[in-house]
Design a protein around this ligand. Structure first.
Ligand SMILES: Nc1ncnc2c1ncn2[C@@H]1O[C@H](COP(=O)(O)OP(=O)(O)OP(=O)(O)O)[C@@H](O)[C@H]1O
Ligand SMILES: [Mg+2]
Length: 217
């Protein structure tokens, strides 16, 4: 009888609660994948789960609750497979995984030039390292973003990281959070015009943040 190849499936719950997250935002905790340093596991922080369980929030996000961002991310990931060319600003989504902190999203770890986790745009602005290379990468990102039909509900400087590709020596901005439509009535999905308009508004906001914090670049 032919031998089937040995594959290990992620059937067991990942244990994260004793590990230290390498980063955290307002909603999520980010962990290095315990079995693979090239991957990141993102879970909703227990604090946020607690906060989002108020009656009002339950009412608005009735079905997906605190996991609504994961549902939006999955929608854009699926949508990206229908587009002729997958935009380079999308991060590589790997899978969903069960963890001891609830459902986790596994994505590729984005790395900076120094091999550490890629810095977010707001960090570059804060520590004065937003230079000409970063500014040029950001301009390329804006062009690609407007040309694509991907929807970004929450494009902020903390949700963009400057990722470095060691093979090509190129740096590019990658959206690590905020993908998908947030409005109750999905006008950006229905009308391309509104999607472009919303993205232009996000871009204007980021530009004004840059001119406030790094006016020389
Ligand atoms: N795949 C990744 N590779 C490297 N760094 C990442 C990755 N995903 C997230 N990060 C880092 O973690 C930080 C927080 O992540 P994220 O924005 O997903 O958290 P959040 O809680 O959803 O944020 P928010 O406060 O916007 O709700 C990011 O600003 C980024 O620096
Ligand atoms: Mg974020």
């Amino acid at each position: 009888m032919p031998q089937s190849p040995q594959i290990s499936l992620p059937l067991e719950k990942l244990v994260l609660k004793d590990a230290k997250p390498f980063n955290k935002g307002g909603h999520c905790l980010l962990y290095a994948h315990p079995a693979c340093a090239d991957l990141v596991v993102r879970v909703v922080s227990p604090d946020y789960v607690e906060r989002s369980s108020t009656l009002l929030r339950r009412k608005f996000n009735r079905r997906f609750g605190h996991l609504v961002d994961f549902q939006r991310l999955a929608s854009e990931f699926i949508f990206s497979h229908l587009t002729p060319k997958r935009p380079s600003f999308l991060q590589d989504f790997c899978c969903f995984v069960e963890t001891d902190l609830g459902l986790g999203v596994v994505v590729k770890a984005e790395r900076g030039k120094d091999g550490n986790y890629a810095p977010a745009l707001n960090t570059l602005l804060k520590n004065g390292t937003f230079d000409d290379t970063a500014a040029a990468a950001l301009e390329r990102f804006f062009v690609d973003l407007l040309a694509s039909d991907i929807i970004v509900g929450d494009l902020r400087s903390g949700n963009l990281v400057l990722s470095h590709d060691a093979a090509t020596g190129e740096s590019r901005f990658v959206i690590v959070d905020g993908l998908g439509e947030k409005t109750g009535i999905p006008i950006c999905s229905w009308f391309r015009f509104f999607n472009v308009l919303a993205k232009k508004r996000h871009i204007r906001r980021i530009r004004s943040e840059i001119s406030r914090t790094a006016p020389a670049v």
